[in-house]
Design a protein around this ligand. Structure first.
Ligand code: SF4
Length: 462
C-alpha cells in the first residue's frame, strides 16, 4: 500500500513581506513530495515563518511557537521548524525558549525547507534538488484570488537608527525587471486583479541592479499588462518619491490612487537622530506635489513617537504637522529599543507611559481627521472589490482603490445575501461615513444591468 505523503502547514507571522516568503516556502514544498494543508490538525510538520522586527513581535512570536509546541508534546504533529526573521536575528533565543522546535532556517533559506522536512520525518519522498542559489522561486499565492503581493527587492540599504532590518535581511537586492514582469503577467493570467508592490523600500528598487531607481519604469511596464485592474505601492521612502515616480503614477491607468510613505517624524532633530532624510518642509512639499498630480490620492503614513530625545516640543511639532497635512491614513508606533541598533544605546529614552500618551493623542487627532475625510465621500460612487461577507451584520466588506488590504478601513456594502460576489469589482454609492470605514449600497448603472445580472440579485440591493 502506498504511504500517504507527509503533510506540511506553514504559519506566516508578521508583515506582507514575510507572507511572500511563506508563499515561496509553500512553493518549494509543493515541488517536492510533500502535501500541503492549511489545517494544523492535519499537519505532520508545522513550519512557522517568524517576525523579529520589534520586541513586541518577538514576544508574540515566541508565544505562538510555544502554543504550537504543545501540539508536538501531545503527539499531534511530528516536527516544528522555525524560519525567517526572528531565527536570523536571535537563533539561540528561539532554541532556548522553545526547545520543541526541531530546526531553524534563517531568511533566504526557504529552499532548504523540503530537505529538512525529509530529514526530520525520515521520509524518503522525492525532494527537489537545489544546487547553489535557486535560479527562480516557486510560489503558492495564499491571499484571496483577486490580489497578490509582489516583492520587488529584498533587504535595505538605508541606515535608520531604530531599525534592525538591514542586519536581518542584508543590503538591498532587487529582482530583475523581466522576472517581475513575467510574474505579474502570470498572476494576471491566474485572475489576480490587484498587484501590491512591496520591498523594505520600494522607491529604491533597481539601484543595485541598474544604477538608478527603476520603480517608475517598472510601474509603466506593469501598467501595459492585460487583466490587471489596480497596481498598489507600499513602503515608499519619502525623499525617494521623485517627480519621475509621481508622473509615472499619474499617467498610469492602473496605479491605485494611493501611496504609503512612512515619514516616522516631522521634526528635523528627531529625523536626524533617526538618520532619516528630509524634514517637515520637504515632506509638506511632497504631499502637495502628490495631491496636485493625483487630486484624489489617499496618502498613508506611519510615525514613531517616544524616540530617544523626543521632547514635548518635538511632539507638538508632529501633532501640528499631522493636523496640517490631514493624511488619509495614519499608523503610530511607540519607539521600541532594538538590540544591535544605534538607537538602542541613545541617551534620553522617553518613558513608556509618555510615549503611549503621545501615541494615543496622535491617534485620536487622526480619528477626527479621518471622519471628516470620510464625510466627503457620502453621496459619491466608488468602485470597490467585494472581499468578505459578514452574515451577522448583513454587509459585504469591500475595498476601493483608496484602501490597502488588512491595514486600512473598509467599505461596508449593505446586502441580504452572499451569492457570487466575492472578488467582483462593482460600483457602490456611499451612504454614511464612520471614523475609519464607509457604509455604502449597490449601484446598478444604466446599460450594465444585463451584463451584471448574474452578479446582482434583486435582494442584493437595498
Ligand atoms: S528604510 Fe525601512 S527597512 Fe530600511 S532601515 Fe529604514 S526603516 Fe528599516
Amino acid at each position: 500500500m502506498k504511504k500517504s505523503p507527509i503533510r506540511c502547514a506553514v504559519v506566516s507571522l508578521g508583515c506582507p513581506k514575510n507572507l511572500v516568503d511563506s508563499e515561496e516556502t509553500l512553493g518549494w514544498l509543493a515541488q517536492s513530495d510533500f502535501a500541503i494543508t492549511t489545517d494544523l490538525d492535519l499537519a505532520d510538520v508545522i513550519i512557522v515563518n517568524t517576525c523579529g522586527f520589534l520586541k513586541a513581535a518577538i514576544e508574540e512570536n515566541l508565544q505562538q511557537l510555544k502554543s504550537l509546541a504543545k501540539r508536538k508534546k501531545q503527539g499531534k504533529c511530528k516536527a516544528i521548524i522555525a524560519i525567517g526573521c526572528l531565527v536570523s536575528r536571535f537563533p539561540e533565543l528561539v532554541k532556548n525558549a522553545v526547545p520543541e522546535v526541531d530546526a531553524c532556517l534563517g531568511v533566504g533559506e526557504y529552499h532548504k525547507v523540503p530537505q529538512l522536512v525529509a530529514q526530520l520525518t525520515g521520509s524518503n519522498g522525492r525532494v527537489q534538488e537545489i544546487l547553489g542559489e535557486p535560479p527562480y522561486k516557486p510560489r503558492i499565492v495564499s491571499t484571496p484570488r483577486w490580489y497578490a503581493y509582489m516583492k520587488i527587492a529584498e533587504g535595505c540599504d538605508r541606515t535608520c537608527t531604530f531599525c534592525a532590518i538591514p542586519f536581518i535581511r542584508g543590503k538591498q537586492k532587487s529582482r530583475p525587471m523581466e522576472d517581475l514582469l513575467a510574474e505579474a503577467k502570470a498572476l494576471a493570467e491566474q485572475g489576480v486583479q490587484e498587484i501590491i508592490l512591496i520591498a523594505q523600500d520600494t522607491t529604491r528598487y533597481g539601484v543595485d541592479l541598474y544604477g538608478k531607481p527603476m520603480l517608475p519604469e517598472l510601474i509603466r511596464q506593469i501598467d501595459q499588462l492585460d487583466g490587471l485592474k489596480w497596481l498598489r505601492l507600499l513602503y515608499c521612502y519619502p525623499t525617494a518619491v521623485s517627480q519621475r515616480l509621481i508622473e509615472a503614477m499619474a499617467e498610469s491607468e492602473k496605479v491605485a490612487h494611493y501611496i504609503d510613505i512612512p515619514l516616522q517624524h516631522s521634526h528635523i532633530d528627531i529625523l536626524r537622530a533617526m538618520q532619516r532624510g528630509g524634514d517637515d518642509q520637504t515632506y509638506a512639499r511632497l504631499i502637495e506635489r502628490l495631491r496636485s498630480a493625483i487630486p484624489d490620492i489617499a496618502i498613508r503614513t506611519t510615525f514613531i513617537v517616544g524616540f530617544p530625545g523626543e521632547t514635548d516640543k518635538h511632539f507638538e511639532h508632529l501633532l501640528k504637522f499631522v493636523k496640517a497635512m490631514r493624511f488619509d491614513r495614519l499608523g503610530v508606533f511607540t519607539f521600541s529599543p532594538e538590540e544591535g541598533t544605534p538607537a538602542f544605546q541613545l541617551a534620553n529614552q522617553v518613558p513608556k507611559k509618555v510615549a503611549e500618551e503621545r501615541r494615543h493623542l496622535l491617534l485620536s487627532t487622526q480619528r477626527e481627521i479621518s471622519l471628516q475625510r470620510n464625510k466627503n465621500f457620502v453621496g459619491k460612487s466608488l468602485e470597490v472589490v467585494i472581499e468578505r461577507w459578514d452574515g451577522s451584520k448583513g454587509f459585504y466588506e469591500a475595498r476601493s482603490q483608496y484602501e490597502a488590504p488588512e491595514i486600512d478601513g473598509v467599505v461596508k456594502v449593505k446586502a441580504h445575501s452572499t451569492d457570487g460576489l466575492l472578488g467582483k469589482f462593482v460600483n457602490v454609492k456611499v451612504t454614511k461615513a464612520l471614523h475609519y470605514d464607509l457604509v455604502a449600497e449597490f449601484v446598478v448603472e444604466r446599460g450594465q444591468r444585463d451584463d451584471r445580472k448574474i452578479e446582482f440579485r434583486a435582494n442584493d440591493r437595498i
